[in-house]
Design a protein around this ligand. Structure first.
Ligand code: UP5
Ligand code: MG
Length: 189
């Protein structure tokens, strides 16, 4: 059991908005543990689990994996980690994701970061990344953007209403963007 209740940050933003890049910096500076929901799902594919092929096909289509699957992976990762400060990157992607998380975990996040980036910039970044991701092609990127706008923006609006959302302008150098992130975690220095 942990010595403290977890402190949870949700990190949201469209495909290629820089979530993973900025999370790496937050980890370095403030000692959070980075849980990328996409990475957890990709690990599940490579571990040949029973859900693997369903997850792979969903990611190839740019759609959202069933909430129960993702929340189970996140819950397990939180519970098996000694740290109590977490960045949950790329989740929740829909109101249904959000509600499932709150039901299973019992509470919502403490704070939510939103990396706000124009579509054309996101497309450029994703297509110039060369990591062999099955979803980094123009057709899947278009679908990922559509899913983001229709399903993820309502989650962002929800947390704005709760007063938990920090909106970050995700255009500029990594350093310029991190300058905007720093004040959010000032108390963790
Ligand atoms: N880059 C970063 N910052 C830059 C800057 N300031 N200027 C110029 N370039 C910059 O960055 C993307 C690229 O841009 C990199 O090459 C980087 O160097 C450069 P990155 O930090 O990787 O952006 P990120 O927002 O993390 O982009 P990513 O593609 O990972 O976001 P997605 O949200 O699309 O991907 P994720 O891995 O979260 O999800 C993938 C899929 O998994 C989803 O489409 C979905 O099918 C599935 N999924 C679920 O179903 N449920 C979940 O809960 C999570 C995922
Ligand atoms: Mg990422």
């Amino acid at each position: 059991p942990k010595e403290r209740t977890p402190y949870i940050t949700f990190v949201l933003g469209g495909p290629g908005s820089g979530k993973g890049t900025q999370c790496a910096r937050i980890v370095e500076t403030f000692g959070f543990t980075h849980l990328s929901a996409g990475d957890l799902l990709r690990k599940e594919i490579s571990s040949n689990s029973e859900n693997g092929s369903t997850i792979l096909n969903t990611i190839k289509e740019g759609k959202i994996v069933p909430s129960e699957v993702t929340v189970k992976l996140i819950k397990r990762a939180i519970e098996s980690c000694e740290n109590y400060k977490f960045l949950i990157d790329g989740f929740p992607r829909s109101e249904e994701n959000r509600k499932t998380y709150e039901r299973v975990i019992g509470t919502g996040p403490d704070v939510v970061l939103f990396f706000d980036c124009p579509e054309e910039e996101m497309v450029k970044r994703v297509l110039s990344r060369n990591e062999g991701r099955v979803d980094d092609n123009i057709d899947t990127v278009k679908e990922r953007l559509k899913v983001f706008t229709t399903l993820n923006l309502p989650v962002i609006n929800y947390y704005t209403g709760k007063g938990k959302l920090y909106k970050i302008n995700a255009v500029g150098t990594e350093e310029e963007i991190f300058e905007q992130v720093l004040p959010v975690f000032a108390s963790w220095r």
